[in-house]
Design a protein around this ligand. Structure first.
Ligand code: 2P0
Length: 323
């Protein structure tokens, strides 16, 4: 094999509404529970991959600078094995997340890499196989293979753990407003945080049981186009995840004072009749789930307290695709 054609893929980030927080198999990245997310239009990663026999090592350029990244080389090793090739790869990746947003994510990164690398290696994977492959890079990436609402079914092994899209009615009206609280690097990565919780939180078994119930309720709310239940269940599931972190040993949490302030603003807006709910991932940034018609009122309120430049609006985004 000489140098192959370069393939470029774009994949969008996703925000989990029912969270993935713990693995039952760390090598294969099999989750303890199924999760459900919304792929977002506003934030994405574009990645180009070319395999070349002449290269001594994998070469990875992120946003223009050369990076050493063992996780990426390990992931490419999986692709090489599947495709039965040995060539190293040149990878050029660019995150399209508004600068200083602090929302860059391994989900869009590995979904784009899975699509571009598998194509460049001569593989023609269907979406299920792509989702399984992306999962090996980062769990949440298996959901970014699809657009809109997406469920990652936990499965019991490599073959059965993958994502699939959830049908939503055409008039299911949803938007997400991201409030940037901090752009600092996470003190505890998602990977380390969830591992600690699985190993030490006395509440972990309750989380697993309860999250299965939350997932059923959320899917039912989606099928009934019931936005209030959808928001309520999402918010509660996020709070349970953050409570797990505070119950770990040693305990930790991702919230900052401004996260709490924003949560209170959302609660106040809700008490005034604006249907809006919050969720937070492994960081202090608050994401508000709302209907499109309420975007302006919420953006105005958050901008008053935090500044307009901290408030970013997103909607449902597309599946990963080649460009
Ligand atoms: C998720 N989060 O479902 C969860 C909920 C944040 C909170 O960042 O170890 O980067 O690479 O599989 O996918 C998931 O962490 O972790 C995550 P790995 P990943 O989106």
């Amino acid at each position: 094999m000489n140098a192959t054609t370069t393939y470029t893929a774009r994949a969008h980030t996703n925000i989990a509404l029912i969270k993935y927080w713990g693995k039952k198999d760390e090598k294969l990245i099999l989750p303890m529970n199924s999760s459900l997310s919304l792929t977002l239009d506003r934030f994405y990663t574009e990645t180009s991959v070319m395999f070349d026999e002449q290269l001594k090592d994998d070469l990875f350029l992120l946003d223009g600078s050369k990076e050493k990244n063992d996780k990426i080389s390990n992931f490419l090793e999986i692709v090489r094995q599947k495709a039965n090739i040995t060539a190293k790869a040149k990878i050029i990746s660019k995150n399209h997340v508004p600068s200083t947003a602090g929302l860059a994510s391994s989900a869009s990164a590995y979904a784009a890499l899975a699509l571009a690398a598998s194509k460049a290696a001569g593989l023609n994977l269907d979406k299920k196989e792509l989702s399984r492959l992306a999962r090996r890079g980062s769990g949440s990436a298996c959901r970014s293979i699809y657009g809109g609402l997406v469920e990652w079914q936990e499965g019991i092994d490599d073959q059965t753990s993958f994502a699939h899209p959830i049908e939503m009615s055409r008039d299911f009206d949803i938007a997400m407003i991201a409030l940037v609280i901090s752009t600092d690097f996470k003190k505890i990565s998602s990977r380390a945080g969830m591992k600690r919780v699985v190993e030490t939180s006395p509440y972990y078994p309750a989380w697993v049981q309860n999250t299965a119930k939350d997932l059923r309720k959320l899917k039912q709310a989606i099928s009934k186009n019931d936005f209030e239940t959808f928001g309520e269940v999402s918010e509660e599931n996020a709070m349970k995840m953050h409570a797990l972190n505070m119950s770990a040993h040693p305990h930790f949490n991702y919230l900052e004072p401004d996260s709490i302030k924003a949560m209170k603003i959302v609660e106040k807006l809700r008490s005034q009749g604006v249907s809006c709910y919050y969720t937070l991932d492994a960081g202090p940034n608050v994401k508000v789930i709302c209907r499109r018609k309420d975007i302006q009122a919420i953006v105005d309120r958050l901008s008053d307290s935090f500044g307009q430049e901290k408030v970013l609006v997103a909607g449902p985004g597309p599946a990963a695709h080649l460009i």
